[in-house]
Design a protein around this ligand. Structure first.
Ligand SMILES: Nc1ncnc2c1ncn2[C@@H]1O[C@H](COP(=O)(O)OP(=O)(O)O)[C@@H](O)[C@H]1O
Ligand SMILES: [Mg+2]
Length: 273
């Protein structure tokens, strides 16, 4: 990290900045030797409990690789990943993940999809016992009426809501999101972002979001990490001190615009380096 920029230096920063560090990455690097790709270079990152952080960068700069390493799906070539005081050495229950595609199984109803992680972990009886909790999650996500529906009866936004419920069913303490709404149309995406904020605030979730939309990163995050490519490095950490809950009308304010400009500037510098 070269510099830390406070967009509005004299304001109090978000409460999460005093919260305990929950995710700690130390000098994480990743090389794919077969293709001689140096994907990540000495990434240092601390996420505090209840905070919402994003990483933004051009396609191919290493964002998904970073998320996979954080999730324990891939080992780093160097460095360490600690979650809640324990090293991440493989997939874990306290980590929830979500991707661009909802990947619901078409032959299972919505509620059966939501309890799938429980079924995989603890078996069918446990999954049945989790139906009440799944119904509660579906209610929170506005999908009560669709518990018994099949995925082909859902819109894209509804399928992603179901995927949010599936991610939350095992009560993860951190959520890793890889461009979860980028396949949705813009209006649905804005709406889903506000829903995501509401759900995360209700649960005091710790979230790390990969996105290549600057406004999406700003409206959702307490901190935005700007990543430059080849090898992927954090070149800037921008603190977003807009009040919460964020609302879509903030997007048109000068303060929001200044944050977007600042991040765009760093991204362009990264590309030109
Ligand atoms: N399993 C892999 N084997 C070899 N190269 C990979 C692998 N996964 C990713 N890469 C390379 O690492 C770089 C970063 O990829 P990725 O993390 O998917 O970027 P992003 O998510 O930012 O678009 C790219 O150059 C990509 O080709
Ligand atoms: Mg990616």
């Amino acid at each position: 990290m070269e510099r830390r920029v406070n967009a509005v230096p004299h304001e109090t920063e978000s409460a999460a900045q005093d919260a305990r560090p929950i995710y700690v990455l130390t000098d994480v690097s990743k090389v794919f030797p077969k293709r001689n790709v140096h994907a990540l270079d000495h990434i240092n990152l601390t996420l505090r409990e209840g905070s919402f952080s994003s990483v933004i960068g051009a396609s191919g700069c290493g964002k998904s690789t970073l998320l996979k390493i954080m999730a324990g799906l891939q080992p780093p070539s160097e460095g360490s990943v600690m979650l809640d005081g324990r090293p991440v050495l493989g997939t874990r229950d306290d980590i929830g993940m979500m991707f661009q595609q909802a990947t619901l199984f078409p032959w299972r109803t919505v509620i059966e999809n939501v309890v799938l992680p429980i079924e995989i972990r603890d078996g069918k009886a446990a999954a049945r016992a989790a139906h009440d909790q799944a119904r509660e999650l579906l209610g929170m996500a506005g999908l009560s009426k669709f518990a018994g529906a099949y995925p082909n009866e859902l819109s894209g936004g509804m399928a992603q809501r179901a995927a949010i419920c599936r991610m939350l069913v095992s009560k993860p303490s951190v959520l890793l999101l890889d461009e979860p709404f980028s396949a949705l149309d813009e209006l649905t995406r804005d709406f889903m972002n506000m829903e995501l904020q509401r759900i995360c605030m209700e649960r005091n979730a710790t979230v790390f979001l990969v996105t290549h939309s600057i406004p999406e990163a700003v409206i959702l995050s307490d901190v935005v990490y700007v990543m430059s490519p080849r090898p992927g490095r954090f070149v800037e950490e921008v603190v977003v001190n807009l009040p919460r809950p964020r609302t879509l009308d903030m997007i048109t304010t000068p303060r929001f615009g200044a944050l977007v400009d600042r991040i765009r500037g760093h991204l362009e510098m990264g590309v030109l380096e």
